[in-house]
Ligand binder design. Structure first.
Ligand SMILES: C=C(O[C@H]1C=CC=C(C(=O)O)[C@@H]1O)C(=O)O
Length: 379
């Protein structure tokens, strides 16, 4: 489908107040949209459903499903024209549309200090603490913002998700929660943040290394019983917008008896967004953060979609195509660098991992840098 028609279909669906999700996977040119036929709310019961899931931070709450069977799928592989006047747009935002509450810094520093006390008391080892920020928009139309995110963040999972009875969310996340293709499994331990200064050759402090190691250790511990042929990559520095993070890739094969529902409930929320130990840090977040995260630090993506996979080796000839196999694929991403649009405002969400060595002022600055990922795409 041509780009114009693709966005027109989404805008028409949005105007008709019908649920949809539009997204592009990391480093892909293909834009997808799943347009739900009615405004019913569907939820997952056992993660055996097929569709697109949108799941909140709190794993006691429902995961919303856009079921394939009650939706229309459209795709577009045409490249987006690049945005003009990007700098002008960035200036607009800095020139007064940001509604930072004057005491936002003070409150966030206080929250971080509480987290450090809980760690020094040995109640927690790590906790990810976050805040919201409200930005007034010049438009309530999400499509131009989606286009900006698509133009700006080629290596992120970029999306716009809408349900008239739930809300309107957009984001450009660098973090994969998990990918399953057939029985092949992979996931990412991503944590530790610095501003990107033109090179990936950066020095990491012990604090960031430990913060990321907590994530890797948690994944290893919780995943091992469900998989075989478990492999860990070396830790590497990766760029995500104006930031860099530390990343380890985990690959494995799922045991035949493993249920996706169990894998997800064992892993989500990981210490990249919650903390160690998982339940205590979750309780700390629910008690002390002064707002409800809703879908921020939840996960989203394709669930059990049928894809066809070409053979990995061999010549690309006609006979080979005949061997292309149908596989079931699930690709879930952590909902970071995201915002919720409400009326004419965008509510931005950003947080950071707190450990015993955290410096509250630096942690605040890190949330300011993270907020720029989204602000750069606002109008
Ligand atoms: C919780 C967020 O980021 C997580 C992912 C990467 C690095 C993080 C960090 O350095 O704290 C966080 O664990 C966020 O962007 O709001």
């Amino acid at each position: 489908m041509a780009l114009d028609s693709f966005f027109k279909r989404i805008e028409a669906h949005y105007s008709a107040q019908l649920p949809f999700v539009s997204y592009r996977k990391p480093n892909s040119l293909k834009l997808n949209a799943i347009l739900q036929n009615t405004d019913e709310i569907y939820v997952t019961t056992d993660f055996k459903e097929k569709g697109f899931v949108f799941s909140p931070f709190d794993d006691n709450d429902d995961t919303i499903l856009t079921p394939i069977e009650f939706s229309t799928l459209i795709t577009c592989s045409e490249e987006l024209p690049s945005i003009e006047n990007q700098e002008e747009e960035e200036k607009n935002i800095q020139n007064g549309s940001v509604l930072i509450a004057p005491d936002a810094r003070f409150h966030h520093l206080d929250l971080i200090k509480k987290g450090i006390v809980a760690i020094k008391d040995k109640t927690l080892d790590k906790v990810v603490l976050s805040r919201q920020e409200t930005v007034r928009l010049s438009t309530s139309n999400p499509i131009p913002i989606l286009k900006n995110l698509l133009n700006t963040y080629a290596s992120a999972f970029v999306y716009c998700w809408y349900h008239p009875k739930i809300g309107l969310w957009l984001g450009a996340t660098p973090e994969t929660l998990l990918k399953i293709e057939g029985k092949r499994f992979s996931m990412m331990a991503l944590a530790g943040t610095q501003d990107y200064k033109g090179t990936l050759d950066v020095k990491w402090e012990e604090k960031e290394r430990q913060e990321q190691q907590f994530v890797t250790d948690f994944i290893v511990q919780h995943l091992k019983p469900s998989v075989e042929q478990f492999r860990l990559s070396a830790v590497e520095t990766v760029k995500a917008g104006n930031l860099v993070h530390l990343k380890t890739m985990i690959t494995a094969e799922l045991k035949p008896e493993t249920l996706l529902r169990h894998v997800i409930s064992d892993l989500h929320p990981t210490p990249a967004v919650c903390g160690v130990p998982k339940n205590k840090s979750k309780q700390f977040i629910l008690k002390h953060e002064p707002y409800n995260r809703e879908f921020y630090t939840g996960f989203l993506g394709e669930l059990n979609l049928d894809i066809s996979v070409s053979p990995r080796s061999g010549r690309r000839n006609v006979e080979n195509r005949a061997y292309a196999m149908k596989k079931r694929s699930t690709q879930l991403y952590v909902n970071l660098r995201c915002m919720q649009l409400k009326n004419d405002t965008a509510i931005l969400y950003m947080g950071g991992g707190i450990t015993k060595d955290s410096n509250p002022e630096q942690e605040w600055q890190e949330t300011v840098s993270k907020s720029m990922v989204i602000k750069n795409a606002l109008l």
